[in-house]
Design a protein around this ligand. Sequence first.
Ligand SMILES: Cc1ncc(COP(=O)(O)O)c(C=O)c1O
Length: 394
Amino acid sequence: MPTTDHLISRNASSMSLSAIMQMEMRSAAIPGVASLSIGLPSFETPEQIRRLVARRLAADPEIGKYSLSNGLPELREAVVAFHRARTGVPIDPDRNVIITAGNMQGLNTLFLALLDPGDEIIVTDPGFVSHYEQIRLCGGVPVYWTMKEEAGWALDIDGLPELITGRTKAITLVTPSNPTGRIFTECELRRVGELARRHNLLVLIDDPYCHFVYENGGGYFNLSSVPELAGHCVYLYTFSKAHAMTGWRLGYMILPEQLKKQALKVHDAMLICAPRISQIAGLAALKENAAYLPEFRAVLAKRRKLICARLDRVPHVFSYLKPEGAYYVFPKIIVEHADSEAFALDLLQSARVSLTPGSAFGPAGEGHVRMAYCVTEDTIELAFDRIEKRFPRQ
Ligand SMILES: Cc1ncc(COP(=O)(O)O)c(C=O)c1O
C-alpha cells in the first residue's frame, strides 16, 4: 500500500491528538466505561433556545444563508448589551465584536493574526492543551508559565516578567481554570494586565467557565472590565458550556478596533462566518431570561460536593485541592505509578474508568489526572466505586 506520509507537513506530523480526545476514543471502545475524561456537560441545550431556533427555521427565508463575516448585527447588538451588563464597559458592535464558531476558532483566528514564526505566547502550565497545539500550528512558541500546586495553582506573578521577551505577543488566561478549577484573584489579574500594558502586549481571556463559580460568593474578576486595559485585552466568550451548546459551535470575541480589522481578514478567509443557525441560538441564549444558568450552576455545585466527598474516601490514591470554579478537579496521584499516562491507561483497562493524564496539560501537570465532574452523579459514583475496588485500602 503506497503511503502519503511524505506529503504531511512538519507542523501536522509533529502534533499529537489531544490526550483528552485520545482517552475519549479509547473509552468509546470499552463498553460500560465510566468516563470523567471529557468536559462535556450532561445537560441538553435548553428548551427556550431550541424553540426559537425551530421558529426561525420554519419562518425565516434567510436562515440557511451566510451572515456577515462579523456575525449577525442583531446578535452583535445583543453581545454589546450582555457584555455591558457583565462588565460595565461600553463597546461597539461594528468596531469591537466578531461572532466566532466557539473559542477554539476565535483563538485560532487570533494566533494566525498575531504570530510570525518563532513568536511567543505565554501560557499557564498547567493549562489548556489546545492552546499549546494551536500556537505551535500557527508557527509560534508556547512559553510555559509554571504554577505550583503548593501555592494553590495561583498565578506566579513574580515569575512573569522574566518570561517576557522581544518575541512575546500575548498571554492567555483561563479563569476559572481548566484543569485546576482555580479562580485567579483580582489582584493577580490586574498585575498581569499592568504588565501587558507596560510591555504593550495582549491578554487573551478565554472564558468558558465564568458562570460556574462556587466560591467568592459566585464572583470572579473579569479583566476586560478594566477600561484602561481596553487596548490590551481580547475577551472570548463561548456558549458551549454555559448554555449547553457545545455542538452548535458558537462564541464571540471582544477586541480592540485595529486588531478586529486584522483578525476579521483571517476569520473571513478561514470560515466566512459562524453558522447562522447557531447565531440564532445564541440570540435566544443572550436575550431570553436564562433561568437555566443558576440551575446548571446548582447541579454542578452538587456534583463538585459529591466528587470531593468521594476523593476524601481515597486519600491513599489521590490528594487534591478543592476546585473553586469550572467543573474539573486535578488530583495528584499518590499511589505508585510510572507516569500519569500509564496510570490513566491502567485505570481504563483494569477498572473501566477514564481520566485524562495530567501531562496533557503541560509539564507541571505530570503526576496528576484531570477529572471532569460535569457528568451525572451516577457516573461519578460508578467511577469512584471502581477506583475504590481497584485500590483497596491496605
Ligand atoms: C479553556 C477552554 N477553552 C476553549 C474550550 C473550547 O471552547 P469552544 O467549544 O467554544 O471552542 C474549552 C473546552 O473544554 C476549554 O476548556
